[in-house]
Write a protein that binds this ligand. Structure first.
Ligand code: 3PY
Ligand code: MG
Length: 254
């Protein structure tokens, strides 16, 4: 199946999406129907396990919402599992060096381009064997995003962006701010300058730049810098805000 996220990343089309951290198929289905260009199922933070990741991939596919999975760590076996359950786009946190990025690019592709383990006949990605051409087409449809979220990654951005097989560099503003000594303060100018640097160098290398920004007033700035893939909502944050707003609204009325 064609990977729309990858196609649009390469075409530099703007894609806005939602973060799914609740581990819930129904929440994924509701969010997937809302009109976002994509949803990211978060296996790094939150409560997801392999079965809940799979359930949400099924839910998003049922409503034709392109899906991506963030794995917990830069481990080839985690990428193997995420791809086998049907994720075509994977995001790997905390990639600091071109060597780490290269290892991830190898882990997500079958030989000869990579080292992904092959069990195409029995995994969900191939329809449990119903799509015999899955393995032949998988490398071309797999999309690798790596997260730049440290000073080291900022310094190495050119070399990371140059790695064959890396489609997108995704900035993690919270971790980056923390690593720069500004825990919880990603708005400070030093962090914003580092973010701008990563976006601009990534785009200059011909790769897509992605950002996490839940403040709607700030999204336009990152688009102007060149980011084309932006997380603009989170299931946890939205539920939290709307439940609290409803309680305070009703407390005033009653
Ligand atoms: C971060 O802000 O560190 C993230 O990983 C968000 O995506
Ligand atoms: Mg992070």
């Amino acid at each position: 199946m064609e990977n729309l996220i990858k196609k649009r990343l390469h075409a530099k089309e703007l894609q806005i999406g939602a973060w799914l951290g609740m581990g819930s198929g129904p929440v994924a289905e509701i969010t997937g129907r809302a009109g976002f260009d994509w949803c990211m199922i978060d296996g790094e933070h939150g409560v997801n396990d392999l079965t809940s990741l799979r359930d949400q991939l099924v839910a998003l596919s049922s409503v034709n919402c392109p899906a991506a999975v963030r794995v917990a760590d830069a481990q080839p076996w985690m990428l193997k599992q995420a791809l086998d359950i049907g994720a075509q786009t994977v995001l790997v946190p905390m990639i600091d060096t071109p060597e780490q990025a290269q290892a991830m690019a190898s882990a997500v592709r079958y030989a000869p381009q990579g080292t992904r383990g092959l069990a195409a006949g029995v995994v969900r990605a191939s329809g449990y064997g119903a799509k015999p051409d899955y393995a032949a087409n998988a490398n071309a449809q797999t999309c690798l995003m790596v997260q730049a979220e440290s000073r080291c990654a900022v310094e190495n951005v050119d070399a990371i962006a140059a790695v064959d097989g890396v489609d997108c560099i995704f900035i993690g503003p919270s971790d980056l701010a923390a690593d720069m000594g500004y825990l919880g303060e990603s708005e400070v100018v030093e962090v914003q300058n580092a973010i701008e640097h990563v976006i601009k160098r990534t785009v200059a290398a011909g790769k897509a730049a992605a950002m996490f920004c839940l403040n709607p007033d700030q999204v336009g700035r990152y688009v102007e810098m060149g980011a084309t893939f932006i997380a603009v909502a989170s299931d946890v944050v939205t539920l939290n805000q709307s439940m609290r707003a409803r309680v305070s609204e009703l407390r005033k009325l009653l």
